[in-house]
Design a protein around this ligand. Structure first.
Ligand code: GLU
Length: 333
Protein backbone atom coordinates (compact mmCIF):
# COMPACT_ATOMS: atom_id res chain seq x y z
CA UNK A 1 0.00 0.00 0.00
CA UNK A 2 1.19 3.51 -0.72
CA UNK A 3 0.26 6.26 1.72
CA UNK A 4 -1.13 9.61 0.69
CA UNK A 5 -1.76 10.61 -2.89
CA UNK A 6 1.91 11.45 -3.17
CA UNK A 7 4.13 8.55 -2.38
CA UNK A 8 5.38 6.40 -5.19
CA UNK A 9 4.83 2.70 -5.38
CA UNK A 10 7.82 1.89 -3.17
CA UNK A 11 6.80 4.28 -0.44
CA UNK A 12 9.70 6.66 -1.22
CA UNK A 13 9.02 10.33 -1.71
CA UNK A 14 10.21 11.17 -5.19
CA UNK A 15 10.64 14.69 -6.60
CA UNK A 16 7.28 16.48 -7.14
CA UNK A 17 7.01 16.10 -10.92
CA UNK A 18 7.80 12.40 -10.88
CA UNK A 19 5.54 11.94 -7.91
CA UNK A 20 2.61 13.67 -9.61
CA UNK A 21 3.16 11.53 -12.66
CA UNK A 22 3.22 8.33 -10.60
CA UNK A 23 0.03 9.27 -8.73
CA UNK A 24 -1.77 10.16 -11.96
CA UNK A 25 -0.64 6.89 -13.58
CA UNK A 26 -1.94 4.90 -10.61
CA UNK A 27 -5.31 6.67 -10.61
CA UNK A 28 -5.65 6.16 -14.38
CA UNK A 29 -4.77 2.51 -13.99
CA UNK A 30 -7.41 1.96 -11.25
CA UNK A 31 -10.08 3.73 -13.31
CA UNK A 32 -9.21 1.61 -16.35
CA UNK A 33 -9.27 -1.59 -14.34
CA UNK A 34 -12.77 -0.92 -12.98
CA UNK A 35 -14.07 0.31 -16.31
CA UNK A 36 -13.08 -3.04 -17.81
CA UNK A 37 -14.24 -5.26 -14.93
CA UNK A 38 -17.50 -7.12 -15.46
CA UNK A 39 -19.93 -5.95 -12.77
CA UNK A 40 -23.07 -7.39 -11.32
CA UNK A 41 -25.41 -4.49 -11.85
CA UNK A 42 -28.91 -4.78 -10.38
CA UNK A 43 -30.44 -1.59 -11.68
CA UNK A 44 -29.95 1.72 -13.36
CA UNK A 45 -31.46 5.07 -12.47
CA UNK A 46 -33.08 6.43 -14.51
CA UNK A 47 -33.76 3.25 -16.52
CA UNK A 48 -32.49 5.03 -19.67
CA UNK A 49 -29.05 4.98 -18.08
CA UNK A 50 -28.91 1.24 -18.88
CA UNK A 51 -28.21 2.31 -22.44
CA UNK A 52 -24.97 3.98 -21.38
CA UNK A 53 -23.51 1.71 -18.70
CA UNK A 54 -19.97 2.60 -19.74
CA UNK A 55 -20.17 6.21 -18.47
CA UNK A 56 -17.60 6.39 -15.69
CA UNK A 57 -16.11 9.55 -14.21
CA UNK A 58 -13.68 10.10 -11.36
CA UNK A 59 -12.38 13.35 -9.93
CA UNK A 60 -10.34 14.36 -6.91
CA UNK A 61 -9.70 17.79 -5.44
CA UNK A 62 -7.09 18.32 -2.74
CA UNK A 63 -7.73 20.98 -0.11
CA UNK A 64 -4.83 22.91 -1.70
CA UNK A 65 -7.00 23.21 -4.82
CA UNK A 66 -5.00 20.73 -6.92
CA UNK A 67 -7.35 18.67 -9.09
CA UNK A 68 -7.36 15.44 -11.05
CA UNK A 69 -10.07 14.17 -13.43
CA UNK A 70 -10.37 10.84 -15.19
CA UNK A 71 -12.88 9.50 -17.73
CA UNK A 72 -16.36 11.01 -18.10
CA UNK A 73 -15.91 13.56 -15.32
CA UNK A 74 -17.77 16.31 -17.23
CA UNK A 75 -20.95 14.23 -17.72
CA UNK A 76 -24.00 15.77 -15.94
CA UNK A 77 -26.24 13.79 -13.60
CA UNK A 78 -28.73 14.65 -10.83
CA UNK A 79 -27.46 14.73 -7.26
CA UNK A 80 -30.42 12.70 -6.00
CA UNK A 81 -29.68 11.56 -2.45
CA UNK A 82 -26.25 13.21 -2.45
CA UNK A 83 -28.21 16.45 -1.99
CA UNK A 84 -29.26 15.24 1.49
CA UNK A 85 -25.79 16.20 2.74
CA UNK A 86 -26.24 19.82 1.69
CA UNK A 87 -29.88 20.10 2.78
CA UNK A 88 -28.78 18.89 6.20
CA UNK A 89 -25.90 21.37 6.24
CA UNK A 90 -28.28 24.26 5.62
CA UNK A 91 -30.83 22.97 8.16
CA UNK A 92 -28.03 22.90 10.74
CA UNK A 93 -26.92 26.39 9.82
CA UNK A 94 -30.47 27.78 9.94
CA UNK A 95 -31.49 26.12 13.21
CA UNK A 96 -28.30 25.28 15.09
CA UNK A 97 -27.10 21.88 16.27
CA UNK A 98 -29.43 21.35 19.23
CA UNK A 99 -32.66 22.38 17.55
CA UNK A 100 -31.78 20.26 14.49
CA UNK A 101 -30.88 17.24 16.60
CA UNK A 102 -34.20 17.52 18.42
CA UNK A 103 -35.93 16.98 15.07
CA UNK A 104 -33.68 14.46 13.30
CA UNK A 105 -31.23 11.98 14.83
CA UNK A 106 -27.76 10.79 13.82
CA UNK A 107 -28.27 7.05 14.24
CA UNK A 108 -27.80 4.62 11.32
CA UNK A 109 -31.10 2.88 10.67
CA UNK A 110 -29.85 -0.17 8.79
CA UNK A 111 -33.02 0.09 6.71
CA UNK A 112 -33.39 1.04 3.04
CA UNK A 113 -33.37 4.78 2.30
CA UNK A 114 -37.12 5.09 1.83
CA UNK A 115 -38.30 2.92 4.72
CA UNK A 116 -41.20 4.10 6.85
CA UNK A 117 -39.57 3.49 10.22
CA UNK A 118 -38.71 6.03 12.88
CA UNK A 119 -36.67 6.41 16.05
CA UNK A 120 -39.73 6.02 18.28
CA UNK A 121 -37.79 6.49 21.50
CA UNK A 122 -36.77 10.01 20.43
CA UNK A 123 -39.77 10.73 18.25
CA UNK A 124 -37.79 11.65 15.13
CA UNK A 125 -36.38 10.08 11.97
CA UNK A 126 -33.17 8.12 12.53
CA UNK A 127 -30.86 10.34 10.48
CA UNK A 128 -30.86 12.97 7.71
CA UNK A 129 -29.31 10.68 5.07
CA UNK A 130 -32.51 8.66 4.63
CA UNK A 131 -35.68 10.10 3.12
CA UNK A 132 -37.63 10.61 6.35
CA UNK A 133 -34.76 12.58 7.90
CA UNK A 134 -34.03 14.47 4.69
CA UNK A 135 -37.68 15.54 4.49
CA UNK A 136 -37.46 16.90 8.03
CA UNK A 137 -34.19 18.66 7.12
CA UNK A 138 -35.88 20.18 4.05
CA UNK A 139 -38.70 21.42 6.30
CA UNK A 140 -36.08 23.02 8.58
CA UNK A 141 -34.54 25.10 5.77
CA UNK A 142 -35.62 28.70 6.29
CA UNK A 143 -37.50 30.76 3.71
CA UNK A 144 -40.85 32.48 3.42
CA UNK A 145 -41.91 30.51 0.34
CA UNK A 146 -41.12 27.22 -1.34
CA UNK A 147 -39.22 29.13 -4.05
CA UNK A 148 -37.15 31.04 -1.52
CA UNK A 149 -36.17 27.85 0.31
CA UNK A 150 -35.17 26.17 -2.97
CA UNK A 151 -33.24 29.29 -4.00
CA UNK A 152 -31.32 29.33 -0.71
CA UNK A 153 -30.47 25.66 -1.09
CA UNK A 154 -29.33 26.09 -4.69
CA UNK A 155 -27.21 29.09 -3.67
CA UNK A 156 -25.44 26.88 -1.12
CA UNK A 157 -24.90 24.13 -3.67
CA UNK A 158 -23.34 26.75 -5.96
CA UNK A 159 -20.98 27.84 -3.21
CA UNK A 160 -20.01 24.23 -2.46
CA UNK A 161 -19.39 23.49 -6.15
CA UNK A 162 -17.93 26.87 -7.08
CA UNK A 163 -20.25 26.98 -10.07
CA UNK A 164 -22.77 29.83 -10.31
CA UNK A 165 -24.57 27.92 -13.09
CA UNK A 166 -25.55 24.87 -11.05
CA UNK A 167 -29.37 24.56 -10.97
CA UNK A 168 -32.48 22.42 -10.63
CA UNK A 169 -33.25 20.42 -13.78
CA UNK A 170 -36.96 21.18 -14.25
CA UNK A 171 -37.61 18.05 -16.34
CA UNK A 172 -36.09 15.78 -13.72
CA UNK A 173 -37.99 17.60 -10.96
CA UNK A 174 -41.33 17.26 -12.79
CA UNK A 175 -40.68 13.55 -13.32
CA UNK A 176 -39.84 13.06 -9.64
CA UNK A 177 -42.86 15.03 -8.46
CA UNK A 178 -45.06 12.77 -10.57
CA UNK A 179 -43.81 9.60 -8.90
CA UNK A 180 -43.28 10.60 -5.31
CA UNK A 181 -46.17 8.89 -3.54
CA UNK A 182 -43.83 7.26 -1.08
CA UNK A 183 -42.19 10.54 -0.03
CA UNK A 184 -45.61 12.18 0.29
CA UNK A 185 -46.80 9.20 2.33
CA UNK A 186 -43.73 9.37 4.57
CA UNK A 187 -44.23 13.09 5.12
CA UNK A 188 -47.92 12.73 5.93
CA UNK A 189 -47.19 9.92 8.38
CA UNK A 190 -44.52 12.06 10.06
CA UNK A 191 -46.88 15.01 10.28
CA UNK A 192 -49.57 12.82 11.82
CA UNK A 193 -47.01 11.73 14.42
CA UNK A 194 -45.97 15.33 15.12
CA UNK A 195 -42.44 14.90 13.67
CA UNK A 196 -43.05 17.31 10.83
CA UNK A 197 -45.16 20.41 10.44
CA UNK A 198 -46.00 22.85 7.69
CA UNK A 199 -47.12 22.27 4.13
CA UNK A 200 -46.28 18.71 3.03
CA UNK A 201 -46.24 19.45 -0.69
CA UNK A 202 -43.84 22.34 -0.15
CA UNK A 203 -41.51 20.17 1.93
CA UNK A 204 -41.50 17.35 -0.62
CA UNK A 205 -40.94 19.85 -3.45
CA UNK A 206 -37.98 21.46 -1.64
CA UNK A 207 -36.46 18.04 -0.98
CA UNK A 208 -36.95 16.86 -4.58
CA UNK A 209 -35.70 20.15 -6.01
CA UNK A 210 -32.37 19.57 -4.29
CA UNK A 211 -32.39 15.95 -5.58
CA UNK A 212 -32.93 17.33 -9.12
CA UNK A 213 -29.94 19.67 -9.15
CA UNK A 214 -27.52 18.39 -11.76
CA UNK A 215 -23.77 18.36 -11.43
CA UNK A 216 -20.67 16.75 -12.88
CA UNK A 217 -18.11 14.50 -11.24
CA UNK A 218 -15.61 17.39 -11.45
CA UNK A 219 -17.96 19.73 -9.59
CA UNK A 220 -18.99 17.10 -7.08
CA UNK A 221 -15.35 16.54 -6.14
CA UNK A 222 -15.08 20.28 -5.38
CA UNK A 223 -18.17 19.96 -3.17
CA UNK A 224 -16.48 17.10 -1.34
CA UNK A 225 -13.25 19.08 -1.05
CA UNK A 226 -15.20 22.00 0.45
CA UNK A 227 -16.41 19.67 3.21
CA UNK A 228 -12.88 18.27 3.58
CA UNK A 229 -11.60 21.84 3.83
CA UNK A 230 -13.73 22.88 6.82
CA UNK A 231 -16.51 24.40 4.71
CA UNK A 232 -14.37 26.70 2.52
CA UNK A 233 -14.33 25.95 -1.20
CA UNK A 234 -10.62 25.35 -1.93
CA UNK A 235 -10.97 26.51 -5.53
CA UNK A 236 -12.93 29.77 -5.04
CA UNK A 237 -12.03 30.53 -1.42
CA UNK A 238 -15.74 31.08 -0.63
CA UNK A 239 -17.16 29.79 2.66
CA UNK A 240 -20.11 27.45 1.92
CA UNK A 241 -21.05 26.55 5.51
CA UNK A 242 -19.95 27.36 9.07
CA UNK A 243 -16.74 25.58 10.11
CA UNK A 244 -18.20 24.46 13.45
CA UNK A 245 -20.93 22.40 11.75
CA UNK A 246 -18.80 20.55 9.20
CA UNK A 247 -17.95 17.75 11.64
CA UNK A 248 -21.69 17.14 12.23
CA UNK A 249 -22.23 16.65 8.51
CA UNK A 250 -19.15 14.46 8.02
CA UNK A 251 -20.16 12.30 10.99
CA UNK A 252 -23.55 11.39 9.57
CA UNK A 253 -21.98 10.83 6.16
CA UNK A 254 -19.54 8.37 7.69
CA UNK A 255 -22.13 6.42 9.69
CA UNK A 256 -25.24 6.76 7.48
CA UNK A 257 -24.19 7.99 4.02
CA UNK A 258 -24.15 4.80 1.96
CA UNK A 259 -27.70 3.54 2.43
CA UNK A 260 -27.90 0.23 4.28
CA UNK A 261 -24.33 -0.59 3.25
CA UNK A 262 -22.84 2.20 5.38
CA UNK A 263 -21.09 -0.24 7.73
CA UNK A 264 -19.45 -2.14 4.87
CA UNK A 265 -18.36 1.14 3.28
CA UNK A 266 -16.85 2.40 6.54
CA UNK A 267 -15.01 -0.89 6.94
CA UNK A 268 -13.73 -1.12 3.37
CA UNK A 269 -13.27 2.53 2.34
CA UNK A 270 -13.41 4.50 5.59
CA UNK A 271 -14.11 7.97 4.17
CA UNK A 272 -17.24 10.04 4.98
CA UNK A 273 -19.38 9.76 1.83
CA UNK A 274 -22.86 9.96 0.34
CA UNK A 275 -24.27 8.19 -2.66
CA UNK A 276 -27.35 8.78 -4.79
CA UNK A 277 -29.42 6.52 -7.05
CA UNK A 278 -28.17 8.38 -10.10
CA UNK A 279 -24.87 6.53 -9.54
CA UNK A 280 -22.84 9.34 -8.02
CA UNK A 281 -20.79 9.21 -4.83
CA UNK A 282 -19.13 12.12 -3.04
CA UNK A 283 -16.46 11.43 -0.42
CA UNK A 284 -14.67 13.91 1.82
CA UNK A 285 -11.52 13.07 3.75
CA UNK A 286 -11.12 15.87 6.34
CA UNK A 287 -8.06 18.05 5.81
CA UNK A 288 -7.09 16.20 2.65
CA UNK A 289 -9.32 15.63 -0.36
CA UNK A 290 -12.75 15.46 -1.92
CA UNK A 291 -13.42 12.58 -4.29
CA UNK A 292 -16.35 12.05 -6.65
CA UNK A 293 -17.24 9.07 -8.79
CA UNK A 294 -20.07 8.61 -11.25
CA UNK A 295 -21.18 5.35 -12.87
CA UNK A 296 -24.91 4.62 -13.22
CA UNK A 297 -25.02 0.86 -12.54
CA UNK A 298 -26.31 0.24 -9.01
CA UNK A 299 -25.95 -2.61 -6.53
CA UNK A 300 -28.81 -3.92 -4.38
CA UNK A 301 -28.33 -1.11 -1.85
CA UNK A 302 -28.60 1.64 -4.47
CA UNK A 303 -24.87 2.42 -4.54
CA UNK A 304 -22.85 2.69 -7.75
CA UNK A 305 -21.13 -0.66 -8.30
CA UNK A 306 -18.04 0.75 -10.01
CA UNK A 307 -18.06 3.77 -7.71
CA UNK A 308 -17.83 1.62 -4.58
CA UNK A 309 -15.22 -0.70 -6.07
CA UNK A 310 -13.04 2.14 -7.30
CA UNK A 311 -13.23 4.00 -3.98
CA UNK A 312 -12.28 0.84 -2.13
CA UNK A 313 -9.15 0.51 -4.27
CA UNK A 314 -8.29 4.21 -4.06
CA UNK A 315 -8.59 4.04 -0.28
CA UNK A 316 -6.42 0.94 -0.13
CA UNK A 317 -3.73 2.18 -2.53
CA UNK A 318 -3.44 5.69 -1.16
CA UNK A 319 -4.07 4.97 2.53
CA UNK A 320 -7.23 7.08 2.69
CA UNK A 321 -9.20 5.18 5.36
CA UNK A 322 -9.72 7.49 8.35
CA UNK A 323 -8.26 4.80 10.58
CA UNK A 324 -5.08 4.43 8.55
CA UNK A 325 -2.27 4.99 11.06
CA UNK A 326 0.86 7.09 10.46
CA UNK A 327 -0.38 8.92 7.41
CA UNK A 328 2.27 11.34 6.19
CA UNK A 329 1.14 14.92 5.71
CA UNK A 330 1.09 14.68 1.97
CA UNK A 331 0.11 16.92 -0.92
CA UNK A 332 -2.00 15.78 -3.83
CA UNK A 333 0.66 16.09 -6.53
N1 GLU B 1 -35.37 11.30 -5.48
C1 GLU B 1 -35.14 10.13 -4.79
C2 GLU B 1 -36.21 9.86 -3.75
O1 GLU B 1 -36.33 10.51 -2.77
C3 GLU B 1 -33.77 10.09 -4.19
C4 GLU B 1 -33.36 8.72 -4.19
C5 GLU B 1 -31.92 8.48 -3.82
O2 GLU B 1 -30.99 8.98 -4.46
O3 GLU B 1 -31.74 7.71 -2.88
O4 GLU B 1 -36.97 8.96 -3.88
Amino acid sequence: MTRGWTSDVDGHTPPPARRAHAVRARIDELHRRHAAAPVDVVSYYPPEAAGRPEVFGLAGVHVSGVRVSVGDSAERFPLQSISKVFTYALALEDNGRDATLARVGVEPSGDPYNSITFDDAHHRPFNPMINSGALVAAALVHGRTRAERVERLVARLRAFAGDPGIDVDRTILAEQLRSTDRNLGLAYVMRSLGMLDGDIEDTVAVYLSACSVTTTTDELAVMGATLANGGVNPVTGERAMPAALVRDVLSVMLTCGMYDAAGQWFHDVGIPAKSGVSGGIVAALPGRIGIAVYSPGLDGHGNSVRGVNLCRDLSEHFGLHVFTAARPDAAFT
